[in-house]
Design a protein around this ligand. Structure first.
Ligand code: GDP
Length: 435
């Protein structure tokens, strides 16, 4: 998402930076191009209008900071104004015991998936979650939530026979309290469109269980419609925040930039994939950095930390430095990269990486399959892999002997480099660094 907007904004900024001094007409042209880029990314026209007005008045009125070039100054103003549009981070209120979160939204927006993702997130944070399946419209939704609850190891209340949604919700809350849950998450029914019956049902639910937060789940793929849906829900039942799903898709994403201004409510989470781990707390600063192509090192570091414990990292570093790095370790790393998401997504978060980077994801899979076809001894001592072993490994992995050779060469090269790095450190005598 936002790839095309990022590329366009980047082009505008590059063009501006070619001028040492910015004349008013350069700024005007730049702003016109930014306006078009935002509209093309599906940002709501009212939001675009106000945004451009704010940037323009600041660009004209503000004293130029000495440390910045005029073009950088514009980037800074655009960044500040984008942050203003998105508002401050708004964490979910979990102060009540238990805190009840009710998820609402249209069918297919990702409600049931989001319920499980949120439960998993709170579980990781040590706040005991509990799920209630209150989507009685779609029997499959109950099964889906039960399956997910089981998978992530979280308690759930469901009653497939009942038609009384208020009663199901109340009994669910009681069951959650009995199991000492700290956060209770309720999945509700959706429809293809907003209709009176759905709103009545949600109203009953809100009155029956008085949730601390009613969160609306909207789908990035809905484009501009996501904003209309959000205003509809806000008007009819009142919401406390939004969960914006399918950010990993190639949707244009402008709705994300419009929701707060149009509904007055913050985006609290974003869904970035189909798995139960694919949920991020929405961080406006990070999103803006991503859009403006400054990279997102923070998210990258956080992801790595989540997947790889500090001990494992230290262990791997020691191996690097002593050049004891085996093919087994190589494979561990590949697995970790795969867990963290796609390689191209990770690389794009690094500042300075080209946005249109083309990474051959399949290469990872190929390398992994070759290593998997080796015996543990071969992975530990790759030196023993001679012609006949190479042939066997190639056959086992469905790759060619040339590819096996290439992998072994790459491995040897990285080992040599690590050895050099380790020695260099010791020779340089940097205290405490390479002990
Ligand atoms: P519900 O009808 O609102 O409960 O929607 P579901 O939770 O059943 O989700 C509908 C579809 O969207 C499913 O196929 C999900 O796997 C998918 N989905 C949900 N969230 C995301 C997301 O963040 N990214 C992607 N790519 N797919 C998602």
């Amino acid at each position: 998402m936002f790839d095309s907007l990022s590329a366009k904004l980047d082009a505008v900024f590059k063009k501006l930076s070619r001028h040492g001094i910015l004349r008013p007409e350069d700024v005007k042209t730049g702003l016109r191009e930014i306006r078009i880029a935002l509209l093309e990314a599906d940002v709501h026209y009212k939001v675009v209008k106000e945004f451009i007005q704010n940037v323009e008045s600041r660009a004209v009125g503000e004293a130029v900071l000495k440390s910045l070039t005029p073009a950088q100054q514009i980037v800074k103003i655009v960044r500040d104004e984008m942050l203003a549009v998105l508002g401050k981070p708004a964490p979910v209120d979990t102060s009540a015991s238990p805190a009840i979160i009710m998820l609402v939204g249209l069918q297919g927006s990702g409600k049931t998936t989001a319920a499980a993702k949120i439960a998993k997130k709170f579980k990781k944070e040590g706040l005991k979650p509990f799920l209630i399946a209150a989507d009685l419209q779609r029997p499959a939704a109950i099964d889906q939530l039960e399956h997910l609850a089981h998978e992530i190891g979280v308690g759930i209340y469901a009653d497939k026979e009942s038609k009384d949604v208020g009663k199901v919700a109340r009994q669910g809350v009681e069951a959650g309290k009995r199991s000492f849950a700290k956060v209770i998450i309720l999945d509700t029914a959706g429809r293809l469109q907003i209709d009176g019956a759905l709103m009545d049902e949600l109203d009953i639910l809100q009155k029956s269980i008085r949730p601390q937060e009613t969160l609306l789940v909207v789908d990035a793929m809905a484009g501009q419609d996501a904003v209309n849906v959000a205003s509809g829900f806000q008007e009819k039942i009142g919401i406390d925040g939004v969960i914006f799903t399918k950010v990993d898709s190639d949707a244009r994403g402008g709705a994300l930039l419009s929701l707060r201004m149009v509904t007055g409510k913050p985006v609290k989470f974003i869904g970035v994939g189909e798995k139960s781990d694919d949920l991020e707390t929405f961080q406006p600063e990070r999103m803006v950095s991503r859009i403006l192509g400054m990279g997102d090192v923070l998210t990258l570091i956080e992801k790595a930390e989540e997947q790889w414990t500090e001990d494992e990292a230290r262990d791997m570093e020691a191996k690097f430095l002593k050049a004891q790095f085996t093919l087994e370790d190589f494979m561990k790393q590949i697995k970790m990269i795969k867990k963290m998401g796609s390689l191209s997504t990770l690389l794009k978060m690094i500042p300075g990486m080209p946005r249109d980077l083309d990474v051959d994801e399949k290469q990872l899979v190929r390398v992994e399959s070759i290593i998997q076809s080796m015996t543990p001894r071969e992975r530990q001592y790759p030196g023993i892999i001679k012609a006949s072993r190479k042939k066997r490994i190639a056959r086992g992995s469905g790759r060619s002997v040339a590819e096996v050779n290439q992998l072994l060469r790459q491995y040897e090269m990285s080992k040599k480099m690590m050895k050099k790095l380790g020695k260099g450190g010791q020779n340089a005598g940097i205290p405490g660094l390479f002990q």
